[in-house]
Design a protein around this ligand. Structure first.
Ligand SMILES: Cc1cc2nc3c(=O)[nH]c(=O)nc-3n(C[C@H](O)[C@H](O)[C@H](O)COP(=O)(O)OP(=O)(O)OC[C@H]3O[C@@H](n4cnc5c(N)ncnc54)[C@H](O)[C@@H]3O)c2cc1C
Length: 436
C-alpha cells in the first residue's frame, strides 16, 4: 500500500506564501508530498510595487505572477478561494464559495485537509475606528485598489486639464494620511507621474496643478528611519511642493474632506489612507487561534501558533516576539521573506521528526524611494558594525535589490535572472506611464 502523502496547505500567495510554496514545491512537490496554495486571487503582484501601480508609473501586468502557471512549473497545486474557517479538530480549512462578477457560484464552499497549515494572508490597513475612513478613503492593500486609484487619478487629472483649457484656475487636491513609507513614496510618485502627463495629451496639466497634503499623526514622518534621514525626506517632499503636516491626528473623514483634530478641515478630491497595518478583521471568526489586540495571530519563536503547533503564521498576519528584541517583528517584505525561509526549513525538520528551530530576524535596514527624485535609508550589516545611512544611487540599488530578491525567490535563480533582465529591457521599451 502506498504511503499517505503529507499535505501542506499555505493560505495566501503574497510576499511570504508564494516564496514558501515555490521552495516546498521544488523540494517536495509532485511525488513526495502534496503542497497546496490557497489564495482568493488568481495572480500575485508584490505589494511594495502598489504605489507605483497607483500613480501609473508601473504596469502591473508586466510584474504579476499567475498562480496556476507558477504552480504547474514548481510542483504544487493552486486552489482559488478565500479562507473562511479553520476546523482544527478535523485538520481542515473551509474556503468560502467563489463567486463570479454576477454573484453566481463558480466553486462552492470547499474543505481542504492539512497535515501542516501555514497562514500567510497578510494584513489590512488600520483605520483605528476613525469615522468615515472605510467609506470615503482609498486604500493600497490590493492590486484592484491600486488600479482603482490610478483610474480615478487619471479622470481627476483630465477634469482639471479640461477646466484649465477653459482658462479656469483648477487644481487636484490629494490628501494622503500616514507618513510611513507607503504615504511618502506615493506622494513623491504622484509628482513624478504629474511631470509626465503633459506628454500624454494633458497639455495644460503639470505638477503645479497637483496639490498634495501628507498628514502624519506622530511627531515626524518615516518613524522607521533615523531622525536625520526622516528630516532629509521631509525637505525633499517640501521641495517638490508637498505640504507635510506632522502631529496631525485625523478625527474623521467625509466625502471630499479630511477633519484634523485641532479643527482644521482639508479639502481633498482624493483621500488615501496609509496609516498602518493590522490583522484581517475576519480572523477572529475563522478560528480559535490566539490573537493580539490588532487581530494578528500570535506565534512562538518557531513561527508555530501558540494555540496549535501544526499551524504556522508568517508575514503581516503574524505577531512574533523574539527574545532580545523590543516589540514584534515589523510588517515588512524582508520579514515576510525571512519567515518563509525559516518555515520552509522548520516544515522539513518536522517531517524528518526533528524539533523546529527559532526564527532569527535580521534587520537589513529600511529604504524609502522618493520616485526618481531620490532614495534614502539605512543599511544594517555586521561588516558596517550597525546602521549606515545611504542615499542616491547606492540606496536605489539596495531598494531595487529587495524586489530582485523576491523575483529570485519566486522564480528560482535562472528564470528569476531572466525576469530581472526583462524588467530592465521593458523599462526602456515600454511607455513611462500606464494611464488606462
Ligand atoms: C504600498 C505598499 C508599499 C510597501 N512598501 C514596502 C517596502 O518598501 N519595503 C518593505 O519591506 N515592505 C513594504 N510594504 C509591506 C510589505 O508589502 C508587506 O510586509 C508584505 O507584502 C507582507 O507579506 P505577506 O505575505 O504577509 O502578505 P501579502 O503580501 O499581503 O500577501 C497576502 C496574500 O494573502 C491573500 N489573502 C488574503 N486574505 C485571504 C484569504 N482570506 N484567503 C485566501 N487568501 C487570502 C492575498 O490575496 C495575498 O495574495 C509595503 C506595503 C504596501 C501596501
Amino acid at each position: 500500500m502506498s504511503e499517505r502523502k503529507t499535505q501542506i496547505v499555505v493560505v495566501g500567495g503574497g510576499a511570504a506564501g508564494l516564496e514558501l510554496v515555490r521552495k516546498l514545491g521544488a523540494k517536495y512537490g509532485r511525488e513526495k508530498h502534496d503542497i497546496i496554495l490557497v489564495d482568493r486571487d488568481r495572480t500575485h503582484v508584490w505589494k511594495p510595487l502598489l504605489h507605483e501601480v497607483a500613480a501609473g508609473s508601473l504596469d502591473p501586468n508586466m510584474d504579476e505572477v499567475g498562480y496556476g502557471g507558477h504552480a504547474a512549473r514548481w510542483g504544487y497545486r493552486f486552489f482559488n478561494g478565500a479562507l473562511e474557517r479553520i476546523d482544527r479538530e478535523r485538520q481542515k480549512i473551509i474556503t468560502a464559495p467563489l463567486l463570479d462578477e454576477d454573484g453566481e457560484v463558480i466553486i462552492d464552499r470547499h474543505e481542504i485537509r492539512y497535515d501542516y497549515l501555514v497562514l500567510a494572508f497578510g494584513g489590512v490597513s488600520n483605520d483605528f475606528g476613525i469615522p468615515g475612513v472605510r467609506e470615503h478613503a482609498l486604500f493600497l492593500e490590493h492590486r484592484r485598489q491600486a488600479d482603482d486609484f490610478r483610474k480615478r487619478l487619471l479622470n481627476a487629472c483630465l477634469r482639471v486639464n479640461e477646466r484649465r483649457h477653459r482658462g479656469e484656475e483648477a487644481q487636484l487636491d490629494i490628501c494622503i494620511v500616514g507618513g510611513g513609507a507607503t504615504g511618502v513614496e506615493l506622494a513623491a510618485e504622484l509628482f513624478n507621474a504629474a511631470k509626465g502627463l503633459r506628454d500624454y495629451g494633458l497639455e495644460v496639466f503639470d505638477e503645479a496643478a497637483l496639490n498634495v497634503t501628507l498628514l502624519e499623526a506622530g511627531p515626524r514622518i518615516l518613524p522607521a528611519l533615523r531622525e536625520d534621514l526622516s528630516d532629509t525626506a521631509l525637505k525633499e517632499l517640501r521641495a517638490l511642493g508637498i505640504r507635510v503636516e506632522t502631529g496631525a491626528m485625523v478625527s474623521s473623514i467625509e466625502a471630499g474632506h479630511v477633519h484634523v483634530k485641532d479643527d482644521e478641515t482639508i479639502h481633498a478630491d482624493m483621500i488615501l489612507w496609509a496609516a498602518g497595518v493590522r490583522g484581517d478583521h475576519g480572523v477572529a471568526e475563522m478560528s480559535d487561534l490566539e490573537l493580539d489586540k490588532i487581530d494578528r495571530i500570535v506565534v512562538r519563536p518557531t513561527l508555530q501558533t501558540t494555540t496549535d503547533e501544526r499551524i504556522f503564521a508568517i508575514g503581516d498576519c503574524a505577531h512574533c516576539e523574539l527574545p532580545g528584541r523590543d516589540g514584534p517583528v515589523p510588517p515588512r517584505a524582508q520579514a515576510a521573506h525571512q519567515m518563509a525561509t525559516c518555515t520552509f526549513h522548520n516544515l522539513g525538520r518536522l517531517m524528518d521528526g526533528q524539533a523546529p528551530r527559532d526564527f532569527v530576524y535580521q534587520d537589513h535596514g529600511a529604504l524609502v524611494n522618493l520616485s526618481r527624485f531620490d532614495t534614502i535609508g539605512s543599511l544594517m550589516g555586521n561588516l558596517m558594525g550597525g546602521s549606515m545611512a545611504v542615499e542616491g544611487r547606492i540606496a536605489r540599488f539596495a531598494y531595487n535589490s529587495l524586489y530582485r530578491m523576491h523575483l529570485l525567490a519566486v522564480h528560482g535563480w535562472l528564470q528569476g535572472t531572466f525576469m530581472i533582465a526583462a524588467g530592465r529591457v521593458n523599462k526602456v521599451l515600454r511607455p513611462k506611464l500606464k494611464l488606462h
